[in-house]
Design a protein around this ligand. Structure first.
Ligand SMILES: [Zn+2]
Length: 707
């Protein structure tokens, strides 16, 4: 997953106080680090000096500075040109971007009450500030004047893309609206900013609001020792020594659902999970999300779009809701068929065990795990010893080394915001500096769920000087437990490779302008560089290079590799159906043409009924905790993952047709995709790499839907 903000290309990021306790001198206390150049190695954020109190003044000053810069642009006597208008605008707002990147990284990775308070205060200010720029008529007139002369300006492709992007962003940001409508538009944006933030906060509260506390040892039936140890440690942390605690965070929840023989407890924790934001308490999200959906209908209609999805998709590779639906439908029929078949197999297994209850959603993981074991003699616990976190991470580094000739060198002299964070310098084979990568892989209550990649600084060229990227990879992976190191599930290992792919997209970027560099690309294209990396995590040839037993150092046996390969298609019906159902739900919420507020649950039920989702499967995200679409940047965009997967399956096929580390193919992928950001239309970039448009067949094959 990746997060987005619009407009200043401010990818969302984080920061914190360093773990080493140093007493600041009186001078340091007075100096706000955002107001001076950073003297840290590679000008990385000085986390040891940044305090909560520094943010608000830096945000305010950043906004003031940017407005002043814009005033200079609009007041210049010279006629509008690419350089005095577009380039000047693009180069502005440096302080605001700097503070936003640090701040939003921290509110994702290491938040606290104070940061949340600042976030609440700053969200409407930022929304208003964006609108102040987007709705500035003098600025828009200048951009429009340049845009209208585009043909005669002989701009480079990258400049031409930048001009188009700004012009469109302004039109989409309401610049062409009449004054009265502009006021209405601004009000909607401010309300949406507040509601989206509220939605995300509620989910975080609900994630932490429930825990399953086990007091009797017999209620641990079925759970592997490592899971029990982890739960005992979680209990200790909550001062519940001698008991066992399971939470709604996935590394705790999923093993419980997979292994607990206690059906009633599985039901209890599963129901808590799927009812987050739906408990009719102060954190309930139903009213919040229906209000968001309604405001989005109003905003789309103000701008002259049929629906919010039309508004969003115009800027994506998909272009129209119809192309999204077409792809979803192509996949839905085989996914539904396969998942129905899978449910039958699980029901049969229940029967074979002498039980007569009907398979329910909280039984799926448990019986799927059993069936997998029976079919392939494979379970997560057999594989974990081969996926020690450090080995997987180094494996991802090595794959990038083989493909692109780059290397990763750990640095201990760069400030960090938390003791769990590690810092790496990325270099070309000849030692040339490429950028910095932070890794932050473990869950904590101050961190949001899931895994993501973000930047503290985007690659760009300024005044002829190349500015390198500072990137962060985040996860909520299995923690070390007792004297056992962090041993990942195979799925977690794949996720690590995924986020690392996003990091490469930012690190290997060779673009001039920040707004269209690195991962600042349409969101149905952004998952191509990440998802293609997953292929190297799981490919039989690649897996042997990094999956080594954490105690003996033995490479993973061929027999297990074969089993992983064979079990690849296992449960694909479920995984695809669960995902596609969420994509349909997203499209349903965002193809509304009626702004009246819906009843969240009946709307969701109707959407699921329409596609015929079977009752044994619950949509991957129910509306009240569908953060991607109600507090992240993925509204009308959750389909992007599978859209990108069509691309990644087809692109990886290019390696399969040659060899896994084919240098020519790798160089072409680096030059035409990873280095190019959004400097040209993504389909043009893709065709330059592949020599043709992407085909859907490699994906259908990979999921086992065709032979
Ligand atoms: Zn992603």
């Amino acid at each position: 997953m990746r997060q987005w903000t619009l407009f200043f290309a401010a990818a969302i990021l984080l920061l914190s106080f360093c773990s080493k306790k140093e007493v600041p001198s009186p001078v340091q206390q007075d100096v706000n680090p955002f107001f001076s150049a950073w003297t840290t190695p590679f000008e990385t954020p000085p986390f040891d000096r940044i305090k909560e109190a520094h943010f608000l003044p830096a945000f305010k000053e950043g906004m003031t500075q940017q407005l002043k810069e814009i005033e200079i642009i609009t007041n210049t006597a010279e006629p509008p040109s690419f350089s005095n208008t577009l380039e000047a605008l693009e180069r502005g707002g440096a302080l605001l971007i700097k503070v936003s990147n640090v701040f939003f990284n921290l509110t994702s990775s290491n938040t606290n009450d104070e940061l949340q308070k600042i976030q609440k205060e700053v969200a409407p200010l930022l929304a208003k500030h964006q609108d102040d720029i987007a709705l500035n008529p003098k600025l828009f007139q200048r951009i429009k004047a340049v845009f209208e002369r585009k043909a005669e300006l002989s701009l480079a492709p990258e400049q031409s893309r930048l001009l188009e992007k700004y012009y469109k962003d302004f039109v989409r940001g309401g610049a062409n609206l009449h004054e009265a409508k502009k006021a209405e538009f601004r009000k909607i944006n401010e309300e949406l900013a507040v509601l989206s933030q509220k939605f995300g906060e509620n989910v975080l509260k609900e994630d932490n609001n429930f825990s399953l506390v086990i007091e009797n040892e017999e209620d641990l039936a079925g759970l592997p020792q490592s899971v029990i140890t982890g739960a005992a440690e979680a209990a200790k942390a909550k001062k519940l020594e001698g008991k066992w605690v399971f939470t709604l965070h996935k590394p705790s929840l999923i093993p419980f659902l997979q292994y607990s023989a206690k059906r009633d407890l599985r039901e209890k924790i599963f129901k808590a999970f799927i009812n987050r934001g739906n408990n009719n308490n102060e954190y309930d999200n139903k009213a919040v999300l229906t209000k968001i959906a309604s405001l989005r209908v109003k905003r789309a209609s103000l701008l002259g779009y049929k629906t919010h999805a039309d508004f969003v998709l115009e800027e994506n590779m998909a272009k129209k809701p119809e192309s999204v639906t077409k792809l979803l439908d192509q996949l839905w029929t085989p996914a539904l068929k396969t998942s129905t078949q899978e449910a039958k197999e699980l029901q049969n297994l229940i029967g074979r065990e002498g039980q007569d209850f009907k398979l329910e959603p909280w039984d799926w993981w448990y019986y799927a795990e059993k069936l997998k074991k029976a079919k392939y003699a494979l379970d997560d616990e057999i594989l974990r010893p081969y996926f020690k976190l450090e080995n997987v991470r180094d494996g991802a580094f090595a794959v990038a080394g083989k493909l692109y000739g780059i290397r990763f060198v750990e640095r201990t002299d760069i400030p960090k915001y938390h003791a769990d964070v590690k810092v790496f310098e990325v270099q070309e084979a000849d030692g040339t500096h490429i950028g910095i990568l932070y890794t932050d892989y473990f869950p904590r209550s101050s961190k949001r769920g899931g895994a993501w990649s973000n930047t503290y600084r985007n690659q760009q060229v300024r005044d002829g000087k190349n500015i390198t990227a500072v990137v962060s990879n985040n996860g909520n992976f299995s923690m070390p437990a007792g004297d056992r190191p962090s041993l990942l599930t195979f799925e977690e290992a794949t996720t690590l490779f995924h986020e690392f792919g996003h990091a490469l997209h930012d690190l290997l970027s060779k673009c001039t302008y920040e707004s269209i560099t690195g991962t600042n690309v349409p969101r149905d294209f952004v998952e191509l560089p990440s998802q293609i990396m997953e292929n190297w995590a799981s490919d039989p040839e690649a897996i042997k290079t990094y999956a080594k037993h954490y105690q003996t150092g033995e490479p993973i046996p061929q027999e297990l590799v074969d089993k992983i390969k064979k079990s690849d298609l296992f449960n694909q019906g479920f995984a695809t159906a669960e995902y596609l159902a969420a994509s349909y739900l997203d499209m349903n919420w965002h193809t509304l043409t009626d702004a009246s507020e819906q009843d969240a649950l009946s709307f969701e039920n109707a959407a699921m009924k329409k596609i015929g989702l079977i009752p044994e499967i619950v949509v991957r995200y129910r509306s009240p905790y569908f953060s991607h679409i109600f507090s992240g940047g993925y509204s009308a965009g959750y389909y992007s993952y599978i859209w990108s997967e069509v691309l990644d399956a087809d692109a990886f096929q290019a390696f399969k047709e040659t060899s896994l580390f084919d240098q020519k193919t790798a160089q072409s992928f680096r030059d035409n995709i990873l280095a190019r950001g959004y400097t040209e239309d993504p389909m043009t970039l893709y065709k330059r790499f592949r020599g043709r448009e992407p085909r859907v067949e490699p994906l259908l094959k990979r999921r086992g839907f065709i032979q």
